[in-house]
Design a protein around this ligand. Structure first.
Ligand SMILES: Cc1cc2nc3c(=O)[nH]c(=O)nc-3n(C[C@H](O)[C@H](O)[C@H](O)COP(=O)(O)OP(=O)(O)OC[C@H]3O[C@@H](n4cnc5c(N)ncnc54)[C@H](O)[C@@H]3O)c2cc1C
Length: 392
């Protein structure tokens, strides 16, 4: 059987395109198949990323790609208390995600990658010696297939766990601050997540809402209606908060980015952590093609877990606790944090936009936060006790 390409990448978004750039730069033949007719469209992501993260992905953002510079975050408790964190030293940017993807596509093509849009993949079969990739334009054969098809890939495999539906709008209004991201926590309105505002100018912002089992459009409509302004664009998109899937590699099929749930369990951000996944996967696949040694693929998974494994497992545990908190306890934790000037100062001066576990540990060190959490855990256990008795 003839090989058409050494590697076929499913999904022409940030992760698939970064992987294709790496593979092509190593002199290995690679084709990207993208479902949509245009790279970067529809734009589902808000494009919030640290400049250090972009640099690590080998992306130099053009000025026209940068929509805003963010200097801080305002966190709102369910009872209306505000906590402000200064992020002016973290280089946080809001970028135009469509332009970002397009730039990486150009870089991949410059190195020799081929991209076909409007080509949805219908089936992928690993025959052990090669992979058959079927689309409406026929079958193609490759040595390795990189699945970077995002949440579609998870859904296709019935992995619907920990996927929250999000509503994301672009709005015009005058009630937000140009350089502050705002997060509104309310475990009744948005259980397990929050409502967010990411300004792109003094008068425009990306706003969103997500939560377990809610209709996020109803929540976000109410939120915008209460504050005023016009909705210029409405998008629905799933966000992933479950942490990485068990295995990134299955024979000659490799997964990266959202398809491998490489998104932060705290905020569901995935440009940086998924992008690193795309780069590491691309490099390892290129090495496996060049050496003919499939064991080289394992390096990708090992390296990714070394960078993000502990971080993701800590934030997953914090998420599990957060999801059990009622608004009363959530508000009490905010009250404690607001009193702890030292914690707020260290969150501002030593925070890292891409790694949140250190910030969470600082929060645990503030005032009586641990005591509050212990009370919550005790309450949760007492709820479980009658159930445990009836099981015995
Ligand atoms: C509302 C929202 C806001 C977000 N905001 C941020 C943020 O501010 N910062 C941040 O870091 N992250 C953010 N994220 C997360 C971020 O968008 C993702 O983690 C990132 O886009 C993952 O990239 P990916 O390439 O793995 O997958 P995706 O971007 O989902 O791309 C998958 C690609 O595969 C294609 N595809 C799917 N099925 C097929 C098929 N059968 N055949 C061919 N192609 C197919 C799709 O068309 C798509 O182009 C946000 C996500 C959402 C939903």
């Amino acid at each position: 059987m003839n090989i058409d390409y050494d590697v076929i990448v499913g999904g022409g978004s940030i992760v698939g395109l970064l992987a294709a750039r790496q593979i092509a730069a190593a002199g290995v033949s690679v084709l990207v198949l993208e479902d949509h007719p245009e790279i970067g469209i529809p734009e589902k992501c808000d494009g919030l990323i640290g400049s250090g993260g972009l640099e690590a992905l080998g992306i130099m953002p053009r000025l026209s790609m940068i929509q805003n510079h963010i200097n801080g975050a305002i966190l709102h408790s369910p009872s209306g208390k505000l906590i402000e964190i200064n992020s002016s030293n973290m280089g946080v940017l809001v970028v135009d995600r469509s332009k970002l993807d397009l730039d990486v596509a150009h870089a991949a093509v410059k190195h020799g990658a081929e991209i076909r849009t409007a080509t949805p993949i219908e089936n992928v079969q690993d025959t052990h010696s090669l992979v058959r990739v079927s689309s409406k334009s026929g079958d193609l054969h490759c040595r390795f297939f990189l699945d970077a098809m995002g949440s579609n890939s998870l859904m296709a495999q019935g992995e619907k766990e920990r996927i929250f539906q999000a509503a994301k709008y672009v709005i015009a209004g005058d009630w937000f601050q140009k350089d502050r991201v705002e997060l509104f926590f309310d475990n009744n309105q948005t259980p397990g997540f929050f409502t967010w505002i990411i300004p792109t100018s003094e008068r425009t912002a990306k706003v969103g809402a997500a939560g377990k089992g809610i209709n996020p459009f109803r929540t976000l409509d109410r939120f915008v209606h209460e504050r005023g302004g016009s909705i210029l664009k409405r998008v629905a998109a799933p966000i992933l908060v479950g942490g990485p899937i068990k295995n990134f590699i299955n024979g000659r099929i490799i997964k990266a980015g959202d398809a491998a749930r490489q998104t932060k369990p705290s905020t569901a951000g995935g440009i940086y952590s998924g992008g690193v996944g795309g780069i590491l996967a691309g490099d390892s696949i290129a090495m496996a093609v060049k050496t003919g040694d499939l064991r080289r693929l394992v390096e990708y998974e090992k390296k990714w877990r070394k960078i993000f494994g502990r971080e993701f497992s800590l934030t997953l545990r914090a998420r599990a606790v957060f999801e059990t908190l009622g608004n009363k306890h959530l508000s009490r934790i905010f009250d404690e944090l607001a009193l702890s000037q030292n914690t707020l100062k260290s969150l501002s001066t030593q925070g890292d936009f891409d790694f949140h576990s250190a910030a969470l540990l600082k929060v645990l060190g503030a005032g009586t936060v641990v005591k509050i959490l212990k009370t919550v855990a005790a309450a949760e256990l007492s709820h479980l006790r009658p159930f445990q008795r009836s099981q015995s």
